[in-house]
Ligand binder design. Structure first.
Ligand code: IPD
Ligand code: CA
Ligand code: CA
Length: 263
């Protein structure tokens, strides 16, 4: 049984998801046009955020809202704030790759208490509430994978491709970690990466320079699925400084050590 709060969030995400899925169909057609679908995609993105904002506002008019596209609206409530990435995985969306999500988290007095990550093409809805566990499509309780050694772990990373010095660091980390693990993956949607760590699909995940809307939804999911999540210094609560390392406690410790060994 979903809570009333989760119902509101799911309603907003599925409505935005329907809009994205429709636009995604169009993007697949636009791949062959010379101009390409870039403008179309930013409109799809903005439209999805508008839907989430409006839907959530209808039920919780006093809550604040922080969204990637429209920025922050301070709520009169002072305690609650939605954090939303309406389209996480824009590059995938733009290229017709069906790996993207609507991601929403609710912050209460500075703490993430509810979240979801919804992929409308795969129709996978990951949800979490503080103390209530993490779930896939309301039916399957999520647990992080049980593997204890990096050598048997499939780890996912996020990497920036803009050629900055931080990317060089991530590449060095990759060079150090890849030979030590069973597999490396890159999905292009950080909220999905964290949801998949919670679901035990990925044993570990690391990325730097993320935004709060990329991290907040999956952060609660990993914790509710029994996982560990921190920044690169090992400090928990890593939503605001952009660095994330996640996994079960064993993989988290080993991944963190490997990351720290590289500079
Ligand atoms: C991006 C994705 C990607 C991550 C980037 C994010 P966007 O979000 O989550 O996986 O590597 O850091 O910015 O731009 O698709 O919303
Ligand atoms: Ca994002
Ligand atoms: Ca986005």
């Amino acid at each position: 049984m979903r809570s009333a709060l989760m119902n509101i969030m799911v309603q907003a995400a599925t409505k935005a998801g329907r809009s994205l899925a429709k636009d995604f169909g169009e993007v697949e057609n636009l791949q062959v046009s010379i101009k390409g679908p870039a403008d179309f995609v930013s409109n799809a993105d903005r439209r999805a955020e508008e839907i989430v904002r409006e839907e959530l506002k209808k039920s919780r008019p006093t809550y604040g809202f922080l969204g990637e596209e429209g920025g922050e609206v301070i709520g009169t409530d002072g305690q609650h704030r939605w954090i939303c990435d309406p389209l996480d995985g824009t590059t995938n969306f733009l290229h017709g790759i069906p790996m993207f999500a609507v991601a929403i988290a609710l912050e209460r007095a500075g703490e993430i208490v509810a979240s979801l990550v919804y992929n409308p093409v795969m129709d996978e809805l990951f949800t979490a509430e503080k103390g209530g566990g993490a779930w896939l499509n309301d039916r399957k309780r999520l647990r992080v994978a049980a593997r204890r050694h990096l050598s048997e772990a499939v780890c996912c990373l996020g990497i920036k491709v803009t050629g900055t010095s931080n990317d060089a660091l991530t590449l060095r980390q990759l060079g150090h970690i890849a030979p030590a693990v069973a597999g490396i993956r890159r999905t292009g949607s950080a909220s999905t990466d964290l949801a998949w760590v919670a679901a035990g699909r990925f044993d570990g995940f690391w990325e730097a320079r993320l935004s709060p809307w990329d991290v907040a939804p999956g952060y609660l999911m990993v914790k509710e699925a029994g996982g560990t999540i921190s920044d690169y210094a090992g400090t928990p609560g890593a939503i605001w400084n952009g660095q994330v390392v996640a996994g079960n406690e064993h993989i988290h410790t080993q991944l963190l050590k490997a990351i720290k060994a590289v500079n």
